[in-house]
Unconditional design. Structure first.
Length: 491
């Protein structure tokens, strides 16, 4: 019996020794190569990404541990989306690259410009830049395909002070609690206003703070001019009510909660507090002081009411307040005001009882198939450093720095323009209340698409022109969204 026991113990030890030796000396699994995303070719010959069943890049392309220290050397490629194709738009990223190379001279950065419409094909082919431009929508889409690198492990190794980054900007690049897009800018939705109209009406206000909704309505009504026939000659405000940056603060502004993530449900028409936000907007339109920008007014009554208001941004001389989404709009909107000799300025978006501020950001992501992840991560995260932000936002036609510590600096406030006297503080007011308005960051993409801008344009157009009630129209979207969310949850 003792011999049997001794034999069993001997065999057991041998097995354990062999297993441990194999584990310690096993060859590490090689990094997975990029698997092309399946593309389909429509009848028109243009390639588009197949999003129903995206082919994922193997998980092995995501490093499980960041080497210590980072090897910031070698060659990386930066792909910039220069939609305008102008040299002016390329100045900011080029200035950032110059500052990056001064700090990290061992890195060679190849700069290229490529329209964002080519990115799905380039990711599929594996020739996208190591670092490339994205917005929040692209971030969610490409992350779901495992095409992006999670940058959280690299942040402490780059000595990034995350607490100094505006939350609304940082959140725009977060998916599933991890950072995939490094924000390059910070954009709060604010208002421009025609100060000549206010002066004529004997109105002054503090443009450093947000007016309450009631205060805002009162001022808008006072500056509005309506003929006896009911036609509005001058409106207090013009808002893009179809834009989630505008309608979301309203439906969240009266205590309602339209997204129930715990139960995976949308609550709009069945929540009076949510509906109040939509009803406030439609009431302003009916009363004649709120012009709904970009919507076709076909009903004879409503089209006649606003027939004196010019279409598009040319209405700056006929409305007092207008929504303003980014300093990059400055050349167009500011130029229109100036061309008409109008005294104008910025102010915060009005504060609903439950005050939130819509924000958005774009930035840069790291391709998970990069052969130089360390240098690529360092380049992307350089946009969160004081040096990177100062270099980027010192160029014209950029936006607001993402760092709180730079909010009081003057280099980004209209330098090189005739608009240095404007109220740039409006762009950084209420940072603790700002949140990204992109629905794809709040909902599954299939559900977010149901509330796309095109669909909301349809909803508001039909409601304003009397084709159906806003409640019925929103109930239809709500029903479709909840059915889609339930189907996703089952799968």
């Amino acid at each position: 019996m003792k011999k049997i026991i001794l034999f069993i113990l001997t065999v057991t030890c041998a097995v354990c020794f062999f297993s441990c030796s194999t584990g310690n000396n096993a060859k590490p699994q090689e990094q997975g190569t990029t698997v092309p995303i399946i593309l389909s070719t429509p009848e028109d010959g243009t390639a588009e990404a197949q999003t129903d069943q995206p082919t994922e890049i193997p998980a092995t392309s995501q490093p499980t541990d960041v080497p210590e220290p980072l090897q910031i050397s070698g060659t990386v490629k930066l792909t910039v989306n220069n939609e305008s194709g102008t040299e002016k738009e390329s100045l900011a990223p080029r200035a950032t690259l110059k500052a990056f190379k001064e700090k990290y001279p061992d890195v060679t950065v190849i700069y290229e410009e490529s329209n964002r419409t080519t990115y799905p094909q380039r990711i599929a082919a594996g020739d996208i830049g190591d670092v490339f431009w994205v917005d929040s929508i692209d971030t969610v889409k490409f992350q779901s395909q495992n095409a992006l690198l999670a940058l959280d492990p690299f942040i402490p190794k780059m000595n990034i002070d995350i607490g100094d980054v505006f939350a609304g900007s940082l959140d725009a690049g977060m998916v599933g609690g991890s950072l995939y897009m490094v924000p390059r800018d910070y954009n709060n939705i604010i208002l421009t206003y025609n100060n000549d109209m206010l002066t004529e009406a004997g109105i002054s206000f503090d443009n450093s703070v947000a007016m309450s909704w009631d205060e805002f309505k009162n001022i808008c009504k006072r500056v509005t001019v309506i003929e006896e026939s009911g036609r509005t000659l001058r409106a207090g405000a013009a808002l893009k009510i179809w834009w989630p940056a505008v309608w979301e603060p309203f439906i969240n502004g009266f205590g309602g909660k339209w997204i129930d993530t715990e139960n995976r449900k949308i609550n709009i028409s069945n929540d009076p507090k949510v509906m109040q936000g939509f009803e406030e907007l439609l009431k302003g339109i009916e009363e004649g002081w709120l012009y709904p920008e970009d919507l076709q007014l076909t009903d004879p009554y409503i089209s006649n009411k606003y027939s004196a208001i010019p279409l598009g941004d040319d209405n700056v001389s006929h409305v007092c307040f207008k929504n303003f989404g980014s300093i990059t709009w400055m050349d167009r909107i500011g130029g229109l005001y100036d061309s008409k000799g109008i005294d104008w300025n910025f102010c915060p978006f009005p504060a609903l009882p439950n005050h939130t501020v819509s924000s958005h950001a774009t930035g840069y992501a790291v391709y998970s198939g990069s052969n130089n992840l360390d240098a690529a991560a360092a380049l992307a995260l350089f946009f969160l450093t004081p040096e990177g932000q100062t270099a980027y936002h010192s160029e014209p036609s950029t936006t607001v720095p993402v760092l709180k510590s730079l909010a009081g600096e003057n280099f980004w406030k209209g330098t090189g323009t005739s608009w240095t006297d404007k109220n740039y503080g409006a762009f950084v007011a209420y940072p603790d209340l700002s949140a990204p308005f992109e629905l794809s960051l709040q909902l599954p993409p299939e559900v977010a698409d149901i509330f796309s801008s095109n669909n909301m344009i349809t909803v508001f157009t039909k409601a304003i022109n009397g084709f159906d009630s806003i409640e019925n129209l929103l109930t239809q979207l709500q029903t479709k969204a909840n059915g889609t969310w339930e189907k996703i949850s089952r799968n």
